[in-house]
Design a protein around this ligand. Structure first.
Ligand code: GDP
Ligand code: MG
Length: 246
């Protein structure tokens, strides 16, 4: 029988200016069964995110300049692969740790992403995605980006995602490789879902008790959503074009 807890999982936390939350998030992720490596990728923060992450027990990789979430995830996965090379984990991607991507703004609730791990570690699915309960504060968005993402994923793959933009995911190294190079910026989640499914792999959404900082309706929130829309649209356009070429 498969073990109840996997031998090893690597957690990757992309972070930009998360000094208020990163320590609590790292501490919670370090406590997840099976997680033996926690990497924070500090994407050009102007605050103390990197120092606080290190103090909380994470390994920290820094981008000198802000390069976006997808670039940070790629950097994190590369860091894990190099660690595994040093450890002598040979035998191709199957010998490598599943990767657990966790947003930096979840604080203590990040402990609950642990439910994403067993289905992947036990080989039942290739990628799990967390779905979040209604948040304590409501967002200022109107669901445009979510609808664009959901419809785009469904048209390309037939998969109907409840929360297509959720960043909390656990996936095998094979699944990560199938989606690489990752869709840029905020298109990364949609790109991952489409690419993993089109590679013939299994994806499952798993309810998870998570609470994050919700983008508001102020100008910052609007700018965030505009960038998300642009990046999601680009990720979908590229994948439609690729499908036409096949
Ligand atoms: N690498 C990287 N991560 C970012 C950037 N901006 C935000 N993040 C991280 O991406 C995650 C999700 O961002 P967040 O602002 O919470 O977006 P939301 O959850 O979609 O509202 C958090 O872990 C952030 O720290 C960025 O420019 N680069
Ligand atoms: Mg968030």
């Amino acid at each position: 029988m498969a073990p109840a807890t996997p031998a090893a999982v690597a957690a990757i936390i992309p972070a930009k200016d998360e000094a208020d939350r990163i320590a609590a998030t790292v501490t919670a992720v370090r406590g997840i069964p099976g997680v033996d490596l926690v990497v924070v990728v500090d994407d050009g923060s102007s605050d103390a995110t990197a120092e606080l992450a290190r103090e909380a027990g994470a390994e920290v990789v820094r981008h000198a300049r802000n390069r976006g979430k997808a670039a940070a995830m790629t950097t994190g996965a590369g860091y894990v692969a190099r660690q595994e090379d040093v450890e002598g984990r040979v035998g191709g991607s199957a010998a490598r740790r599943p990767l657990l991507f966790v947003d930096a703004d979840l604080e203590g609730s990040a402990a609950n992403v642990g439910v994403l791990v067993p289905p992947v570690a036990q080989g039942r699915v290739d990628m799990t995605i967390a779905t979040l309960p209604p948040q304590k504060t409501t967002g200022g968005g109107h669901g445009f980006v979510v609808r664009l993402a959901r419809k785009g994923i469904e048209d390309l793959t037939g998969f109907v995602a409840k929360q297509p933009l959720s960043g909390m995911r656990c996936l095998t190294r094979e699944a990560f490789d199938a989606a690489s190079p990752l869709a840029r910026g905020w298109g990364v989640e949609v790109g991952l879902t489409v690419d993993v499914l089109l590679a013939g792999m299994q994806v499952e959404e798993v309810p998870c008790e998570l609470h994050h900082r919700v983008s508001g309706s102020d100008w910052r929130g609007q700018v965030h959503r505009a960038k998300q829309y642009r990046d999601v649209a680009l990720a979908l356009t590229q994948r439609r074009a690729r499908r036409r070429l096949r």
